[in-house]
Design a protein around this ligand. Sequence first.
Ligand SMILES: [Zn+2]
Length: 390
Amino acid sequence: MKDDVQWNLIACGRSGDAFTRFHLFIMLFLLVSAIGSFRVFAAEDLSYHTYDTMLSELRRLDKAHSKTGKLHDLGVSSDGRTRVWAFKISDNVEKEEDEPNVLLTGGVHGNEPVASEMALFTIQRLLSEDSHRTLIDKTQIWVIPILNPAGHAANNSHCNANRVDLNRNFPADWTNDNLDGIEIEIQNLVKNFHLRHDHVVAGIDLHTYGQAYLLPWAYTHKKPADWDAMKGLADRMAKTSGYRVLQLTEYLGRTVPRGGADYQYGRYGTFCYGLELGTSHAPPAGQLGHICRKNLPGIMIMMNRVHTSTLTGHVTRNGKPAAAVVDVDGIDKPANLRTPYMSDATFGRYYRILLPGTYRVRFTLEGKKMVKKNVIIVDNRQTVLDIEFP
Ligand SMILES: [Zn+2]
């Protein structure tokens, strides 16, 4: 069709017939306009938010979905004005339930606004599409669209108001929760989110750009203890978008200390990934819809992962919830780089995301009482194993 039009135009030009030339010019003009306006209509359905318009939209969603969505204030940022906001999506959203948490963060780098738009898009889809209902009923989903609001508000600055790269500012020592010398945004994130919610089992930290899923570690070239299951999930997510899967050190070409994904996995055992969206930091708004729609399926796989091929259960002592170390033979070793994985004191709940197979699991209470069990993990559901210490 295109060739025909071009050929006709050329022929028309050679003919020297003014009427025909004009006629074809108008037809071509109308055709190009029609294609152009269709493209604009199809692609420009999303637009960039400022800090203020993002906050208005989060407040609107909180009001419109009062049973399943709740906006939480995590505290002020380094500019003294803007704040870090977390949006929770779950049934019984007002309560902290005995359910796994998942976390999606965006905008730790203020010059990567696509990451914040992807986070907001995910909230909107979760709340508006019935297909996510089962996930919402049995999961506590947390989304922090702008982790560095000072950078986002100050005309797209990579760093916060103190010129600190927040993704190089997480605690380096995972054996305690000392926050001395840490920027206010990360202090608030740790105090008001991480230390208040047990079992953030999986997460994605959104960035631009590079079209890649990135796995810990960033601070060392060594592989994480859970590498096989972590890589398995990354491969499944990446398959939906055609993105690459790499370890952070491989992607960065060097080791980098105190990153957010390392902190989440190292301190809490969260299967946390970096996701580098798209091919530029701030593509035209017309490309936002395409990027968000392309990457939502991978994010949903992450959020649903804990409900399949996972060992879970409660640890109790004398019928009361007990915090015990949960080690899996062949994965957890004495020289593990992350802190030991534990059941929580509130419910006694634990989760271990594993590949299908047979495992020997060891539960240790207060460093002395020990129970060992064999378990079979299958692909399409959780394996439940409750442990009762006398
Ligand atoms: Zn980034």
